[in-house]
Design a protein around this ligand. Structure first.
Ligand SMILES: Nc1ncnc2c1ncn2[C@@H]1O[C@H](COP(=O)(O)OP(=O)(O)OP(=O)(O)O)[C@@H](O)[C@H]1O
Ligand SMILES: [Mg+2]
Length: 301
């Protein structure tokens, strides 16, 4: 049997209270990375440190503690919420599991609904997921992710299934809560345009590798990796005059992760490919303060 290494050799540090964006095309390993970090998947190798503790191998009580200090918001709120539970039960469940006394729970649920601006909360407590719009239900998901006062939340494409009209306000609300509670957030998306204003730093993933990391503005305005440049070029521009033509995008498709190419994984598609790129995997190279790129073009020869 063959193995798919969906995420391989990825290394980064997320700071306290920071929004760390992970941007990449479908299938590059973003969800696998997010679930690995939250220990919803068990990594087959490597380490994940959280406040100095390696959580890649914890179980039992330690894992329960880790569940308490982390939260998740997924792409499809209808898929992520049990359809037979009311909003009240959905929000109360994590409090109950983690031993918050009954008297305190109702107050916390009401407060959580107010924080995500589902008001008056009494109007929402007894609603079931199918009775809410996608935007409203995603707010319930956000409230649930924050209700235990976590230290880290992974948001995996949290607005990509919502109506375009509510995407920005949902992200703003998310950011407001993130700032208020000083939570670190890993924001997973295929969409550079939201990553740009939502994230403090951005990392770009290609075929299971992180190929560039830097401050959001720096990565967008001054991308270094040929793949990042390609992604930025394909952000749709509302002005038809400015639209990039298809020719400027990279040829071909991302590789199969069951059988990735040797050397740099972009090498079969890269317009700047050199001999070394097809033979040896590039290291992460520092190009300026806090800006790193995994590309041989930036290595000192
Ligand atoms: N359980 C599994 N068995 C085999 N392959 C898997 C499994 N889970 C994920 N993969 C593969 O691993 C790769 C990464 O998947 P992942 O879901 O992490 O990508 P993604 O970046 O989140 O994609 P999307 O943007 O579509 O959500 C894909 O090629 C996928 O087919
Ligand atoms: Mg995914």
């Amino acid at each position: 049997m063959g193995y798919v290494k969906a995420v391989d050799g990825v290394s980064f540090v997320v700071k306290k209270g920071e929004i760390f964006g992970v941007v990449g095309e479908s299938g590059c390993g973003k969800t696998t990375l997010g679930k690995g970090i939250l220990r919803l998947l068990k990594p087959i190798g490597g380490y994940i440190y959280f406040e100095g503790k390696d959580i890649a191998h914890i179980k039992g009580k330690a894992l329960k503690w880790y569940r308490r200090v982390t939260g998740i918001v997924q792409q499809d709120p209808y898929g992520a919420m049990p359809p037979f539970m009311s909003v009240k039960t959905i929000l109360e469940e994590p409090l109950r599991i983690h031993g918050v006394p009954k008297e305190e729970r109702k107050e916390r649920v009401i407060k959580a609904l107010e924080e995500v601006k589902l008001t008056p909360p009494e109007d929402f407590l007894n609603k079931y997921p199918h009775m809410l719009s996608g935007g409203q239900l995603q707010r319930v998901a956000i409230a649930r992710a924050f209700i235990l006062k976590p230290k880290l939340v992974v948001a995996d494409e949290p607005v990509s299934m919502l109506d375009a009209s509510v995407r920005v306000e949902t992200l703003m609300l998310f950011k407001e809560l993130q700032k208020k509670h000083k939570v670190s957030v890993i924001y997973i998306t295929h969409d550079f345009s939201t990553a740009k204003y939502f994230s403090d730093r951005i990392s770009v993933m290609y075929a299971g590798h992180i190929v560039e990391i830097g401050p959001a503005r720096e990565v967008i305005n001054n991308p270094k990796h040929p793949y990042t440049t390609h992604l930025i070029k394909v952000i749709p521009d509302p002005n038809p005059e400015n639209r990039f033509t298809f020719k400027e995008t990279l040829p071909g498709e991302p590789p199969s992760l069951a059988n990735p190419p040797p050397g740099c994984r972009l090498s079969p598609r890269c317009p700047y490919v050199m001999d070394i790129c097809t033979k040896k995997e590039p290291p992460m190279i520092k190009t300026s303060r806090n800006h790193y790129v995994k590309c041989w073009l930036y290595a000192r020869q």
